[in-house]
Write a new protein. Structure first.
Length: 293
């Protein structure tokens, strides 16, 4: 699922980037209007006409360096997140962090007079808030994990995470609302980890919604997949099932998969009770290997 998030962000950026080139080459106006249909607006009236932007903004960006930085951080932080939580929670936390970031972005313009006095409607784009939500969750759960950073050597994760959020606090007034969104995402990650340790997963409803959409869209995806065969006037190739040997292989494979899943669940339960530091080296390696699959 981590790769899916990376691919979606990269594909949407590439599409917007190429579209911007076309607009410039032909001296066309309206590129900003196109982007605004994906960006979250600071004005509540505009948001009511485009409510989907609460989600689409976190997968969209037009800044090349910002996108590359977010993708690299998402890959690195996502790899760590896998070692503590599950892939479903990674996606749920990404969306939850993005929603919380958008909420604080909107509140900053509604509450603070300084923000209200800034002329025009401002827009929120990028994966920074969701990425920082993953950092916030890891900061609460495994703050003392050591990282090897180029030029800095061994550094504990908590100092890296706090440095990220410190930059947003320092430059809070530089970009209207954007740094408020980053802080909102970061705080949502801490909230998720705190509630998760107490038996509440705030991302469960998000994953339920994603599962519902996946179920609804599955027939559409199957239809698109079989479209080339139908256009050629041929039936899709029949699948031949060899029940004897294949069935035995499937049973053995399912048993091995279930044993691995049970072991990962046991390790996660151990983390929940005693923290990440309570794991043995072998358990950490098993959790790491499971997260890479």
């Amino acid at each position: 699922m981590k790769r899916t998030l990376l691919y979606i962000n990269a594909i949407v950026f590439a599409a917007l980037f190429l579209l911007g080139i076309v607009f410039r080459l032909f001296n066309l106006d309206g590129y900003g209007e196109v982007v605004s249909w994906l960006a979250c607006p600071s004005d509540l009236g505009a948001l009511l006409t485009r409510p989907w932007t609460l989600v689409t903004y976190m997968f969209s960006d037009t800044d090349l360096l910002g996108t590359l930085f977010n993708l690299l951080c998402l890959y690195w932080v996502g790899e760590m997140f896998y070692q503590v939580y599950s892939s479903r929670q990674l996606v749920g936390m990404y969306v939850f962090g993005g929603l919380c970031g958008a909420l604080l972005f909107l509140l900053s313009f509604a509450v603070f007079p300084y923000m209200r006095d800034i002329a025009g409607v401002h827009y929120l784009l990028g994966a920074s808030a969701p990425m920082l939500s993953l950092m916030g969750a890891l900061l609460f759960k495994v703050p003392n994990v050591e990282l090897r950073l180029f030029l800095f050597g061994k550094v504990r994760f908590k100092w890296v995470a706090l440095a990220f959020i410190a930059v947003d606090v320092i430059f809070l007034m530089e970009a209207p609302g954007r740094h408020f969104a980053h802080i909102g995402g970061f705080l949502s990650g801490i909230l998720f980890a705190w509630l998760f340790d107490r038996g509440t997963d705030v991302t469960r409803w998000i994953n339920a919604v994603i599962d519902w959409f996946a179920t609804v869209l599955r027939p559409v995806a199957s239809g698109i997949k079989s479209l080339p065969s139908r256009l050629k006037g041929r039936r899709p190739r029949m699948k031949v099932h060899y029940r004897d040997a294949a069935k035995a292989d499937d049973c053995a494979c399912n048993m091995r998969r279930k044993a691995k899943d049970d072991e990962v669940d046991r390790i996660l339960e151990k983390i929940k009770k005693g923290g990440y530091s309570s794991l043995t080296a072998e358990e950490k390696q098993r959790l790491f290997d499971a997260g890479r699959k």
